[in-house]
Design a protein around this ligand. Structure first.
Ligand code: DAH
Length: 357
């Protein structure tokens, strides 16, 4: 009996070593160790043996079973690893590569990129960033900014009023802010002069066409200190224009009107798309329309009436003066990257968006 167990074990060991697949190995396991297989049968017969043989035969049979099980396990692990290897090689799969399809982690929207570039320029000039609410009191959006009671921007046709707080002549009415300028007032209430802040943020108007969307972004600037003049405004905007549109740029100020600045100006940057209004191919420049100047923002010297709304915070127009400016972030991005239609920024078409950054 011991002989046949030993023989069986030797046969099984040879077959296990020769197995070439995990399926083949499983078949060997069933044949030698399965419930109806030879070795368990032999083990079951042990109890019928004469008492003096039982111990030894049982021991040999049991040892063989344990040894074969261990052998099968280790051969199984070898075969599994080999099969995985060959699947990986055959499939050309490198598990260390990024997933497929290869999704990029994404990129910043061009408006965010442009906003951050502008912030960097003005932070470099010593300005700090201030923020304010997008749902704003009429008092801040219009009244404290010296808008006449009949100013057309106050009308429902131009401005989104919050339902239930929409009496256009009440300073406590609520609007979606139409510009970032109300944060001038909030910033001055929070900080005595000198103050140098920029205010990036979303603004809202009842407008919709190729160059207007109901929501867009502005960046406001405010500098108040002793002795600030229009020359400081021009120097600051020249630095901004050169950082944004190239070192050769010039700026020009044209007289304009805004309720909260006096004098007020519109600011143009010299065209970066042509020379003397003519493009390389000889046609009239499509960016400056041949004028050599491109309008980029509104600005001016802070109106003393505006200081009147924050006089208790240290803003005495006899002692301090200031400049302010406001630009459209979309407009800067459109000019810089030749984006023909403002609505492209908000359609979320990745074919457009992924061109930038
Ligand atoms: N708030 C103005 C607008 O939305 C832009 C502007 C003009 C801001 C002149 C200013 C400024 O600070 O001084 O059209």
């Amino acid at each position: 009996m011991i002989d046949s167990i030993t023989k069986l074990r030797a046969e099984a060991e040879a077959e296990i070593a020769a197995a070439t697949s995990s399926a083949g190995l499983e078949e060997i396991r069933v044949r030698y160790l399965g419930r109806k297989a030879q070795l368990p049968n032999l083990l079951r017969g042990v109890r019928d043996l004469p008492a003096d043989q039982r111990g030894e035969v049982g021991k040999v049979a049991n040892e063989s079973r344990v040894a074969l099980e261990a052998l099968i396990d280790s051969r199984c692990a070898q075969l599994d690893a080999a099969e995985l290897d060959s699947r990986l090689v055959a499939g050309g799969l490198d598990v260390t590569l990024p997933g497929d399809p290869n999704h990029s982690p994404g990129r910043l929207h061009l408006i965010t990129q442009t906003q951050r570039e502008l912030e960097d320029v003005f932070i470099g000039l010593g300005f700090a960033i201030a923020e304010g609410p997008e749902i704003e009191l009429v008092q801040y959006n219009f009244d404290a900014l010296n808008h006449a009671a009949a100013h057309p921007a106050r009308l429902w046709t131009d401005t989104f009023y919050v339902a239930g707080a929409d009496d256009v002549s009440n300073p406590a009415s609520l609007v979606l802010r139409t510009h970032t300028s109300p944060v001038q007032i909030r910033a001055m209430q929070a900080q005595a002069p000198p103050i140098y802040v920029i205010v990036p943020g979303r603004v809202y108007r009842r407008d919709s066409d190729a160059t207007h969307t109901p929501q867009f972004h502005q960046l406001e600037g405010l500098a108040v200190d002793e002795g600030i003049t229009l020359a400081d405004l021009k120097g600051t905007l020249l630095a901004f224009a050169r950082a944004t549109f190239g070192d050769e740029r010039e700026v020009r100020l044209r007289p304009h009107f805004f309720p909260f600045t006096e004098p007020s100006v519109e600011v143009d940057v010299s065209c970066f798309n042509c020379s003397d209004g003519v493009m390389a191919g000889g046609q009239r420049c499509n960016l400056c329309k041949g004028s050599t100047w491109i309008e980029i923002l509104g600005a001016g010297m802070v109106d003393p009436n505006v200081f009147g709304h924050v006089s208790e915070h240290g803003y005495d127009p006899e002692r301090v003066s200031g400049f302010a400016f406001g630009l459209g972030i979309e407009r800067i991005a459109m000019l810089k990257h030749r984006v023909p239609d403002l609505r492209l920024f908000y359609e979320n078409d990745v074919r457009f968006l992924r061109q930038f950054g």
